[in-house]
Design a protein. Structure first.
Length: 132
């Protein structure tokens, strides 16, 4: 549980916890939980219905400590593999995402990624990091 410091989002480390929980929720099928950790714009981009149609499995490789963006938000770099297990795009991909986390009371919400620092690559079948 994060210590509260007004509207500042509590501990910056809570931003790392929040993005980790977001992807763990997606992986376990708790899409409502993930959406509850999202800003309204991110919840439209990655909605419960979207997750339900793709049913992604997630393997987090690493998560860096948050870095302030100077305007009250934290940016958390996370490396993960995502494999959609439903729908027509069932390719395993490796993402390195700079996740923008915005303060919300004593917690943090995922507000999407910084496009300029996101790298995506398709992985060969059989990559051991790809979740089944």
């Amino acid at each position: 549980s994060n210590s509260s410091s007004g509207g500042s989002g509590g501990n910056a480390s809570g931003a790392k916890d929040a993005i980790t929980t977001y992807w763990n929720d997606v992986n376990s099928g708790d899409y409502a939980g993930a959406v509850n950790l999202s800003t309204s714009s991110q919840a439209q981009t990655s909605s419960e219905a979207t997750f339900q149609s793709e049913q992604p499995h997630i393997n987090i490789l690493w998560t860096n400590d948050p870095v302030s963006d100077g305007s009250g938000n934290q940016v958390v770099r996370i490396s993960l593999y995502a494999h959609n297990t439903a729908g027509n795009d069932q390719v395993c991909r490796h993402f390195v995402i700079s996740s923008r986390m915005v303060p919300n009371g004593s917690g943090w919400l995922y507000d999407g990624h910084e496009p300029s620092t996101t790298t995506i690559r398709n992985d060969t079948p059989g990559d051991p990091n790809c979740p089944a």
